[in-house]
Ligand binder design. Structure first.
Ligand SMILES: [Zn+2]
Length: 175
């Protein structure tokens, strides 16, 4: 818990007080999955998201971090799509945790995609949304100080759909 909060505060200070201060563009949280090898079950994911999921998975697995993600029919972590009344495009939901590793406490999570918005988006945008949620499982928090990272809500989802330097540095700092 302390490590995550400390890094978030450093990032905010650099953004606010100095233009020249070098700051990595990421923030961490403790709700990442408790393993660098993240299993996820696609059973409840519509096939309209298959290509986007595959792209998002590859985009993370092809960059240099300790973390990776793979699909498994035996996984208790689900990614699923549903139409629901909310302003969220998607959510990373933690269902179970323990404190064996206090920096990565989640032992079961779901990624929920809101079909009201996302179903009709382009494949790149769908992939950007899924890759962002995978970033949460890898230990990254949302980061809105810049729009040039995957974890920013103000990113262009059509053109920014894979992990950028700040995202990669964040995962490496988390692990
Ligand atoms: Zn997020």
């Amino acid at each position: 818990m302390k490590k995550g909060l400390f890094l978030i505060l450093i990032g905010l200070c650099c953004t606010v007080f100095s233009f020249n201060c070098f700051a990595s563009n990421y923030a961490l949280h403790v709700w990442g999955y408790n393993s660098t090898s993240v299993d996820i079950n696609l059973y409840n994911l519509s096939s309209v998201y298959s290509t986007a999921f595959s792209n998002a998975k590859s985009s993370w697995n092809n960059v240099d971090t300790p973390c990776s993600i793979y699909s498994s029919p035996y996984s208790s972590n689900y990614i699923y799509d549903i139409a629901y009344n909310s302003t969220y495009l998607s959510q990373y939901l933690v269902y179970e945790n323990d404190y064996t590793d206090p920096d990565h406490i989640t032992t079961r999570f779901n990624i929920k995609i809101n079909n009201n918005y996302v179903m009709t988006m382009q494949t790149q945008e769908k992939g950007s949304i899924i890759a962002h949620e995978i970033g949460h499982a890898f230990g990254l928090n949302d980061y809105d100080a810049v729009s040039t990272v995957l974890m920013s809500h103000t990113r262009n989802r059509y053109s920014l759909y894979s992990p950028k330097t700040g995202d990669i540095e964040g995962v490496n700092a988390s692990w």
